[in-house]
Design a protein around this ligand. Structure first.
Ligand code: COA
Length: 165
């Protein structure tokens, strides 16, 4: 990515940048409050920093520099997948998630991926609203995909060329 970018909804301007080892403590805190299924471990996030096909981006409070959200995307040949996304509870509804998703789509397109996939819990209204607003459409379902509680996943895709928001 080409340096920090600025989001502006609600007067808040999250900065996006590549994740670094010093971000992991904050990322793990956000992960634990955001997911029950089970949350990714610190070791899993640390591995992402070394994996060439994985892109791990954090959103930061422009004032304090604190990490307020993150997104993990993989690009393999011509397909991308959003593997993880969360925003700190105090920062939700301010456009941070949308900025992270838009950045991931732009990166996927630049890397040659024609489509971005992801899975989302059927009951996750916030995430489904976010993805709908970014022009993702449902293409399938994985039965009993999630644990704690057990629930189906909806598979969504977003084409990076020829249509979409
Ligand atoms: C899902 C999540 C990342 C959304 O992040 P966010 O920063 O609050 O989202 P944004 O403020 O960018 O909102 C994006 C869109 O989703 C909508 N939205 C966000 N939260 C919503 C909610 N709780 N209910 C309904 N719509 C919601 C917004 O209105 C906006 O739509 P618009 O662009 O049409 O106005 C955040 O709620 C989160 O971290 N949840 C826990 C982890 C999670 O579920 N991750 C996704 C796993 S697939």
């Amino acid at each position: 990515m080409s340096g920090p970018q600025r989001g502006d909804r609600g007067g808040h301007a999250a900065l996006l940048r590549a994740a670094a080892p010093e971000d992991l403590d904050a990322v793990v805190v956000i992960e634990r409050v955001s997911f029950s299924d089970p949350p990714w471990t610190r070791a899993a996030f640390a591995w992402l920093l070394t994996a060439p096909h994985m892109r791990f981006v954090v959103a930061c409070d422009p004032g304090s520099g604190a990490v307020v959200g993150y997104i993990v995307t993989s690009v393999v040949v011509d397909e991308a997948e959003i593997a993880n996304l969360a925003v700190a509870p105090d920062w939700r509804w301010r456009g941070v998630g949308a900025r992270l998703v838009d950045d991931a789509i732009a990166h996927a397109a630049a890397a040659g991926a024609g489509v971005v996939y992801l899975e989302v819990r059927q009951s996750n209204a916030a995430a489904r609203a976010l993805y709908r607003s970014r022009a993702f459409v449902a293409v399938g379902r994985r039965r009993d995909y999630y644990r704690n509680p057990v629930e189906d996943a909806e598979v969504l895709e977003r084409r990076t060329r020829g249509g979409g928001a």
